[in-house]
Design a protein around this ligand. Structure first.
Ligand SMILES: NC(=O)c1ccc[n+]([C@@H]2O[C@H](COP(=O)([O-])OP(=O)(O)OC[C@H]3O[C@@H](n4cnc5c(N)ncnc54)[C@H](OP(=O)(O)O)[C@@H]3O)[C@@H](O)[C@H]2O)c1
Length: 106
């Protein structure tokens, strides 16, 4: 259905909500998708649920905390070691907050 996504690596940020649903749709259409997330356990749980629909989905965990620039650099380095290209970046993680809070690098 979406031939251009096949075999082209994608990176989705978020193991829940919009990010997870985007990952699911890309994976079900044949893309190799990395879920960049703070929690490997939550990503593994999400992958297990996807595999109940289609056992062959190619979804992988990439450790990333967007509030920590060292984590961002480490995630980029790890991704580049594993893949030669990034075709689709879904950069949608985040929270809806009314009060301000800042991570280590902000
Ligand atoms: N859903 C909507 O209808 C809607 C509409 C308009 C705009 N938005 C915006 O779209 C974004 C996503 O919405 P959503 O409904 O999908 O939210 P969600 O279900 O709460 O999911 C947020 C995702 O962001 C991840 N995340 C949060 N902080 C992170 C960080 N520092 N590093 C890495 N990952 C982090 C969370 O992972 P953890 O498990 O690690 O927390 C979670 O997977 C939000 O900014 C929201 O304001 C949503």
């Amino acid at each position: 259905m979406l031939p251009w996504v096949r075999a082209n690596p994608s990176l989705c940020i978020g193991n829940a909500g919009v990010g997870l649903e985007t990952t699911r749709q890309l994976a079900l259409h044949g893309a190799r998708v990395y879920i960049a997330s703070r929690s490997e356990a939550r990503v593994n749980e999400a992958i297990s649920k996807m595999r109940q629909f289609k056992s062959t989905v190619d979804v992988r965990f990439l450790k990333l905390d967007l509030q920590d620039l060292q984590s961002v650099k480490a995630a980029a380095t790890e991704f580049m070691q594993k893949e030669s290209r990034l075709d689709i970046l879904i950069n949608n993680a985040g929270v809806r907050r009314w009060s301000r809070s800042y991570g280590a690098h902000y």
